[in-house]
Write a protein that binds this ligand. Structure first.
Ligand code: F6R
Length: 369
């Protein structure tokens, strides 16, 4: 059942292109309108939305953070993201014009469920993104968009995360369409690019070999830092979470611009720092700023592991290890940039002799608050 792999996690990482393709299937029509008909929310409901609040936990929360960038950019609707366990305790401002998006792989996380119930009591509309058909959160929500990742057995979320991203992009693009906000060309171009993501992920999987060696060489490190900006920041957070869960190592992510406000004091000789570099084509200002950050940490002795777009030669001189990912639009980059992080954490954990399917102290779905 592990399909020839020693662990479900390894199999699930490899299944990602298919999982994304299945999640997009029948929903994405290049050059046309998206079809999200099982969503149970009418175009009219979606046109009246004035604010979006995304609630989720753990890896699903990271998907939400990425969704915020896409939704605000494409739809111009203000969007907040909050960890579900904090949500209802701060008296959040919700009303009928608020769309709450609850992201939960299992559909059973108690923290997320409680936040959903609270949001509905406050008359907000709730849309769930979920991977398990008929689970509690979609049943208690006004609408649902299922991810079609198939069952995920490994405790650490991998393929479900990438399919959550695909679902978030679909919702963002759909909202832009029903609200008539086609800055036409960009939306159409992104839809076309989204359709090609399974191939891009396939390509990343074919080229991550060096990540395995790298991971094995770092199994004695005490700490690994992760840096990113824009959508690369939540990707860095996800990379750090995977390393904590699987390799039981201290790992922390920073928005690269925050480095100078404190965390740079942590940099010392030999400290591994993983950096997600934005595309030089997309937001080139951010690209150049992060290249300076790489130089800064390296000048202080860090060992730099750089994830950058293929052909981005500007980072090569400052990279101890350079991991190339395909060129895709900035907002979609998390789909390809996450994959080397998953492989890195998984291999590092295996090098330490850990069980990557059943990490200590963790459960696949957390049904207590
Ligand atoms: C991380 C992980 C957890 C879950 C979190 C939310 O690899 O698996 O952080 O993402 O417990 O679970 P769901 O999405 O089922 O609500």
């Amino acid at each position: 059942e592990k399909g020839g792999y020693d662990y479900f996690m390894l199999k699930e990482i490899v299944e990602q292109p298919r999982a994304i393709a299945d999640t997009l299937l029948g929903r994405l029509s290049v050059g046309g309108e998206l079809t999200l008909d099982e969503m149970r929310l009418s175009a009219q409901d979606l046109r009246s939305v004035e604010k979006i609040v995304i609630i989720a936990c753990g890896t699903s929360y990271h998907a939400g953070l990425i969704a915020k960038y896409a939704i605000e950019h494409w739809c111009r609707i203000p969007c907040e993201v909050e960890v579900a366990s904090e949500f209802r305790y701060r008296d959040p401002i919700l009303d009928r014009q608020t769309l709450v998006i609850a992201i939960s792989q299992s559909g059973e996380s108690m923290d997320t469920l409680m936040a959903v119930r609270y949001a509905r009591e406050q008359r907000a509309k709730v849309l769930a993104i979920c991977n398990v058909n008929g689970s509690t959160i979609p049943r208690e929500s006004d609408g649902v968009l299922y991810t079609h990742a198939g069952p995920e057995v490994g405790v650490a979320a991998t393929k479900t995360f990438l399919t959550q991203l695909a679902a978030c992009y679909l919702i963002g693009l759909y909202l832009a369409q029903v609200r008539g906000l086609k800055f036409g060309d960009e939306i159409d171009a992104v839809i076309a690019q989204l359709a090609t993501m399974p191939e891009h992920v396939e390509k990343v999987l074919d080229t991550v070999g060096p990540v395995r060696e790298l991971a094995r060489s770092l199994s004695d490190a005490d700490t690994v830092l992760f840096l990113g900006r824009h959508v690369g920041y939540p990707v860095a957070m996800e990379g750090a979470l995977k390393l904590k869960e699987l390799a039981y190592m201290h790992a922390e992510a920073f928005a690269a611009g925050e480095l100078k406000h404190g965390p740079i004091a942590l940099i010392e000789e030999g400290l591994p720092v993983v950096v997600v570099v934005p595309s030089p084509q997309g937001r080139s200002v951010l690209h150049d700023k992060i290249v300076s950050n790489i130089q800064e940490v390296r000048a202080r002795g860090a060992r730099t592991i750089v994830i950058a777009e293929e052909g981005d030669e500007s980072v090569r001189p400052y990279s101890d290890v350079l991991i190339e990912i395909p060129a895709v639009p900035t907002l979609l980059q998390p789909i390809v940039a996450t994959v080397p992080m998953q492989v890195f954490a998984c291999e590092l954990a295996l090098a330490k002799g850990n069980d990557v399917d059943q990490p200590r102290n963790l459960a696949k779905s957390v049904t207590v608050e």
